[in-house]
Design a protein around this ligand. Structure first.
Ligand code: WTA
Length: 655
């Protein structure tokens, strides 16, 4: 956390509307008041027993564990370490006795094609692809990178890795070739699974072509599996590339699951932090899976007849926990949609809800705001009576968007679970229990049973008083927490545990708690941006900018944005004279394209401003708080007397 960001925690405006659980919902909810109290009390009195009981009840073990928590190498905690299990068995095989013919996945492609896979069919597909992986020599512990569209095969490939103990690392299909290459190389992946292309916003996203451009710089990769999805032409390297359909055609229909230790890494997922390159967040097998199952039940109240739709891409943690693993582990029917929400028009999401009778719907505030902006008519055209519960994730949801979601999508009938969590936490941490909790628009409620969340000041002391802002921390390890940063244990310690001398897991978020104990998240206190709910480090964007031949220095900050939550604002110092007029316009175009190629279109700056130098403190640190105020068009209240060139402020303001 930078010094300048320590004092950025401000109080949100006061919101006092409350929504108790509707009586009908509460009466049928899986977690009722008494059970909720029991869970909270057990976690308080006997923390390890609490988690041991959950892990025994919810997971199918090949060999039961005898030790619950090992903290000898804290903060490298281990959970259930001597247990053995297989994650794909827990997600698929164990449902076969009573749910073989139940749909596991209902898929709708952007062009409108649909597919259904029952649990029995899903197992068949997973086993065949697992054998295809084995056929190419991939074994337990090997890394497999996925660069896929949102199609069932993405989930099949993840589950197939889990079946043989290979470690997957999914790279969001919107990331550029450079980002893909860096992740493949950091993970030293043996294989990549991609597709010819996927459909998104009416276009074909050519994934294989992106792969081809960088794969020559990825010496560890010997095989690229290519799913035929969009039918676009691809170039081929016969020694390395193999079509998915050909690889599974000859594969056996039996693949005994590989037993792995509870702590065996299930996956790596690269995410942005405030410094350095994206880091490979490493998750475990048993603890991680436990978090996804429990929260499917506690927070999503999942039931056998639910159709559960989480709109997140599998390239993000939400698409891991609530697309690829949680819904299947809970035995639910999962809906997957390939494309964009506005195709062919902004009614698409609601049409899908009607068509497939979605009952639990989980999305991001940025999508809610964008759809709200399109007007109330779109949702009004569709029968949304199958919906019974709504969810929100990824950034704070503003009360106006919450109210619209509640009124126009939930028709006042569906509770909204606003779920706070992170790539690192694995599953929900602070969230309502929908049959029990009274909701407050804009608050994510209380911490879940067993999650010891608190708010501390900059010395690490709990702030105690209600409505006082501070740093959101977790005081005890929990089973679904990240285990480390891939091949960089020191970075794990430095990023998450150093701030308060190893006493707490530091989330990087600022928050306050009101008099009822409800958490209100106030956003990141480090240099991480949330743009449309996507997590980006300012540092990454700055390094992409300075890699351009005309750029000498760059500083990137977030600016509040009505739709995307935050928008990227870059202040750039060029080599030579500060550009203006058509030259500045052309360079801006060029730089936006440049960032898009280096990171991905999601990282394109919304605004680029040119300046002769960046405002710095005497010690040479960029005054980010000042830049944030400038970007937001706010009056400058900071002390600027130390600025070398005070005129710079006007330049920064874009005059
Ligand atoms: C933010 C996404 C407010 C937060 C699951 C966190 C939220 C970061 C919420 C993690 C929420 C996530 N309310 N803010 N309900 N959920 N965040 O790793 O700043 O992509 O630190 O994980 O998103 O982003 P990540």
């Amino acid at each position: 956390m930078s010094d300048q960001s320590r004092d950025t925690i401000e109080s949100l405006s006061h919101e006092d509307r409350t929504f108790p659980p509707p009586a009908e919902f509460a009466a049928r909810a899986q977690i009722q008041e008494a059970e909720y109290r029991r869970l909270l009390a057990l976690a308080e009195t006997d923390y390890e027993r609490f988690w041991a009981e959950q892990a025994q009840a919810e997971l199918q073990w090949i060999q039961p564990f005898t030790r619950t928590l090992n903290d000898r190498e804290a903060p490298h905690y281990q959970w259930f370490e001597d247990g053995l299990l297989n994650v794909s068995v827990n997600c698929i095989d164990r449902h076969l006795p009573d749910r073989a013919n139940k749909p596991a996945i209902i898929f709708e492609g952007e062009p409108g094609d649909t597919r259904r896979l029952t649990y029995a069919e899903l197992l068949h597909e997973v086993v065949r692809f697992a054998n295809a992986l084995r056929g190419r020599g991939i074994k337990k512990g090997d890394r497999v990178v996925l660069y896929m569209p949102m199609v069932p095969e993405a989930v099949i490939a993840m589950q197939a890795c889990a079946r043989i103990g290979a470690i997957h690392s999914v790279v969001f299909g919107g990331f550029s070739g450079d980002s893909l290459r860096d992740r493949i190389n950091d993970a030293e992946a043996s294989a990549v699974v991609t597709a010819d292309g996927g459909f998104r916003s009416g276009r074909v996203i050519e994934l294989k072509a992106v792969c081809d451009r960088i794969i020559g710089d990825c010496p560890s990769v010997h095989t690229v599996f290519v799913l035929k999805r969009a039918g676009n032409p691809v170039t081929w390297s016969p020694a390395r590339d193999i079509w998915w359909h050909e690889a599974v055609a000859g594969a056996g229909a039996d693949c005994p699951p590989v037993a792995v230790g509870a702590e065996h890494p299930l996956f790596l997922l690269y995410t942005s932090g405030s410094t350095g390159r994206p880091k490979g967040i490493q998750h475990s097998s048993a603890g991680y899976l436990l978090g996804t199952i429990l929260t499917m039940r506690w927070v999503f109240d999942i039931r056998p007849d639910d159709v559960f739709w989480c709109t997140a891409d599998v390239g993000w943690i939400t698409g891991h926990s609530y697309v690829a693993y949680g819904p299947l582990a809970a035995g639910a029917t999962l809906l997957m949609y390939e494309g964009a929400p506005m195709v062919p028009d902004p009614g698409r999401y609601w049409q899908i809800c009607e068509r497939h009778k979605v009952s639990v719907f989980y999305t991001a505030p940025t999508a809610i705001r964008a759809l709200k902006k399109q007007g109330d008519d779109y949702p009004a055209r569709y029968d949304l009576s199958s919906l019974r519960l709504l969810g929100s994730v990824g950034e704070p949801i503003n009360p106006e968007a919450w109210m619209w979601y509640h009124t126009h999508i939930g028709h006042g009938r569906c509770p909204i679970v606003d779920t706070w969590w992170q790539t690192e936490t694995g599953a929900h941490m602070i969230a309502p229990i929908p049959g029990v909790s009274t909701l407050k628009p804009g608050s994510c409620g209380r911490a879940l049973p067993g999650i010891m969340a608190d708010i501390v000041d900059n010395k690490g002391d709990p702030v105690g008083a209600a409505n006082t802002g501070g740093f959101l921390v977790i005081k005890r390890p929990w089973p679904f927490m990240l285990r480390t940063v891939w091949r960089n244990p020191q970075r794990y310690i430095d990023t998450y545990w150093k701030e308060f001398d190893g006493r707490y897991y530091v989330s990087g978020d600022g928050a306050k708690r009101d008099a009822d104990g409800y958490f209100w998240i106030m956003g990141r206190v480090d240099d991480v941006l949330k743009v449309s709910g996507h997590r980006l480090g300012t540092m990454e964007i700055e390094s992409a900018l300075v890699a351009h031949s005309r750029v000498a220095e760059a500083a990137v900050v977030g600016r509040p944005d009505e739709l995307t939550g935050e928008a990227i604002c870059a202040f750039v110092v060029v080599r030579g004279t500060r550009p203006s007029g058509p030259d500045a316009e052309a360079l801006t175009q060029d730089l936006r394209q440049w960032v898009s190629e280096h990171i991905g279109p999601i990282a394109k700056p919304a605004v680029i401003r040119y300046t002769d130098n960046l405002p710095k403190t005497r010690s040479g640190k960029i005054m980010r708080r000042l830049l944030r105020a400038v970007a937001a068009g706010e009056p400058i209240t900071q002390d600027v007397s130390t600025l070398e060139n005070p005129d710079i402020i006007r330049q920064l303001q874009g005059d």
